[in-house]
Design a protein around this ligand. Structure first.
Ligand SMILES: *Cc1c(COP(=O)(O)O)cnc(C)c1O
Length: 226
C-alpha cells in the first residue's frame, strides 16, 4: 500500500492544481482529514505528515482519540449531533459543521451560554433534497435565517453539504454551485460574512474546489477504505 505521506502529498498536489484551474489561491482552501473509524496510530501518521485539521462524525470518537494525540490538533464534528451530546463536545471542537436544524442550533446556543463559549458552526444543507439526509432545505433556511442570527453566541461561519455520491463527479457540480449560490444569497441578504463553504470529499473534491469550496473533507483518499 502507498504510504500515508505519499497519499496526503498527492491530495495536496491535486488541491493546488484544482485551485489553479479555477484561478484561486490554494491557501484559501483547507484540507480536512476525515479520520472516522481510523485508530490514533493512523492519525498520528497524518500529523507527522503535517496535517493538523481532523474531522470525525461521532462525538465519542473525538472524546476518545483527542486526548491521545498532540494538543495542537484541531477537531471538527461533521456528523449528526444529538442534543444530549452538546455539553460534552463543545469544549473540544473548533467548529461544528453539522448544525442541521433551528432546534439543534437553539440547544447549542443555550449550552454555550451556560458554558460561556462562542462556538463556531456551519449550517448543514440538504442540497439535493434527499429524504434520507439531514440538513436545512434552502427554503427552510431562508425562512429561519433571522432566527438563527438572533442566537448571538453562535458564530455562523458558512455552509456545509454532502451531495449524493455520483459515479461521475461532474454530475455533482450543480449541487456544489447551488450551495455556493445559497451562501452568496444569505451573505448579501444579511451583510454578514459567511466565508466557509465545506464541500467536496475524496471522490469529488476537485470539482468542489472549482465551484468555490474553502474546506474539503477527505477520508478514504488519505486513510484508505473503511
Ligand atoms: C466520511 C465523511 C467524509 C469523507 O468521505 P470520503 O469519501 O471517505 O472522503 C466527508 N464528510 C462527511 C460528512 C463524512 O461523514
Amino acid at each position: 500500500m502507498i504510504p500515508l505521506l505519499d497519499r496526503l502529498t498527492a491530495i495536496r498536489d491535486r488541491l493546488h492544481h484544482a485551485a489553479s484551474r479555477a484561478n484561486r489561491d490554494p491557501a484559501s482552501i483547507e484540507l480536512m482529514a476525515v479520520s472516522k473509524t481510523f485508530p490514533v496510530e493512523a492519525i498520528q501518521e497524518a500529523v507527522d505528515a503535517g496535517q493538523t485539521l481532523f474531522g470525525e462524525n461521532r462525538v465519542q470518537e473525538i472524546l476518545t482519540k483527542a486526548p491521545l494525540l498532540p494538543p495542537h490538533l484541531r477537531w471538527h464534528l461533521i456528523g449528526p449531533l444529538q442534543s444530549n451530546k452538546i455539553r460534552k463536545i463543545l469544549p473540544h471542537v473548533e467548529l461544528i459543521q453539522s448544525v442541521h436544524s433551528l432546534d439543534i442550533a437553539r440547544h447549542i446556543h443555550r449550552i454555550a451560554t451556560e458554558l460561556n463559549l462562542r462556538p463556531q458552526i456551519l449550517l448543514e444543507i440538504n442540497i439535493a433534497a434527499e429524504p434520507s439526509k439531514h440538513g436545512f432545505s434552502p427554503d427552510v433556511l431562508n425562512t429561519q435565517f433571522d432566527d438563527l442570527l438572533s442566537l448571538d453566541r453562535l458564530q455562523i461561519q458558512g455552509l456545509m453539504a454532502i451531495p449524493p455520491f455520483e459515479e461521475n463527479p461532474e454530475t455533482t457540480r450543480p449541487h456544489f454551485a447551488s450551495l455556493r449560490d445559497l451562501r452568496d444569497h444569505l451573505q448579501s441578504r444579511s451583510h454578514l460574512p459567511l466565508p466557509t463553504l465545506s464541500m467536496g470529499m475524496s471522490h469529488d473534491f476537485e470539482i468542489a474546489i472549482e465551484e468555490g469550496s474553502t474546506l474539503i473533507r477527505v477520508g478514504t483518499a488519505i486513510f484508505g477504505g473503511r
